[in-house]
Design a protein around this ligand. Sequence first.
Ligand code: SF4
Ligand code: ZN
Length: 424
Amino acid sequence: IKIKVTEIDCPVAVSSAFEGERVRKDTMFAEFGGNKTECWELVTTGDLAEMEDHKITVVGPDIDDAMFEGKGVVRLPMGVVVKVAGKQMQKDFETVLERRIHYFTNYIEGAMHVGQRNIAWIRLTKEAFEKGFRLKHIGEVLYAKMRSDFDKVVDKCEVTIYTNAEDVKRLGEEMVKPIYAERDERMGALTDESVDEFYTCLLCQSFAPSHVCIVTPERLGLCGAVSWLDAKATKELDPMGPNQPVVKGAAIDERLGVWDSVNEAVATNSQGAVEKVTLYSILEDPMTSCGCFECICGIMPEANGVIIVNREFGDVSPVGMTFGELASMTGGGVQTPGFMGHGRFLIGSKKFMSAEGGLPRIVWMPKELKDDVADRLNKAVFEMTGIENFADMVCDETIANDSEAVLEFLESKGHPALAMDPIM
Ligand code: SF4
Ligand code: ZN
């Protein structure tokens, strides 16, 4: 018997109408993640027989804990584990459900959710707190939405929210990271050439109406949360949903990554706002960017290469702009040749702006991002060029931030971009 969940036990409203709501510093009561504390989220499959439906647990201090009284903004680490089970549940669906945590949390009046996986970032307003909103209500909302939106596959759902620094760190290392790595590995084995279909993603049209992501095995959605496997699973879960197959057919231009089928899908789904995109170029008809890209890459002409800035990096990049400044000219569903939003995982893909020379063009990245992607980046660049430890040739903010010093560093390392064809 399926129990339909309609009522949500939550003191504030829950509706997609609140999706675009931002929580600014002056109205903020509590914050999780966002570079200040660790914050991750995970959907995993449990044992249907052993699980207790609607079990919501908060392990660690809540936002009304006495230790926060009179101390200003409440900052806690957070780990969210949503365990689901059902006869029709498949492991491939986990990442699809996991991405919905972002949307469901944003539905809460007075909550803002950015990012995913272990770079999630949540803010809650003072108003929500005053109305009685506590962490268990995040669990209630996730529970209710998982049960109602995925009733085909979720028969039981438990939510556990950890806020003890020790738990969040330990589980993050021991349980969560290996699961992320396993998923990435599965995805890494697929190439664009090895499949017959790409997928559209229209999930972000609620706030960027002309934006269409084309998701391929070697190019995940720019939010970093929708891989080709996820798109494929979503289509199975929700046949009329946001991910529809684009039967590739023959490429018009393999170097740039141009397909008639892709252009058609983009034109139709953007209501004609965008008529053509390339999948492998940032200069010629690059894909549009919505607003939730994990990174932005942009051309640094004097270095004959590109820099990449991730959302978490707060300083000015060597092209003279911060992430926010770059985002304001790149986002909103418009094409901005020379700049492009993308997922972290694209750094390590041989299709990353391959029309302009690809990964060896990367000349600068924030150190945290560089360390995060180094293994995959090094492996891919080695296979492409024979260069070992490429990440060591890429400058970061701890080495240099201004154009001249970056160039000096690149020269001292013999960075390959300096010897490549002029990028523009
Ligand atoms: Fe989908 Fe792209 Fe939005 Fe990610 S950024 S949810 S892939 S439309
Ligand atoms: Zn988006």
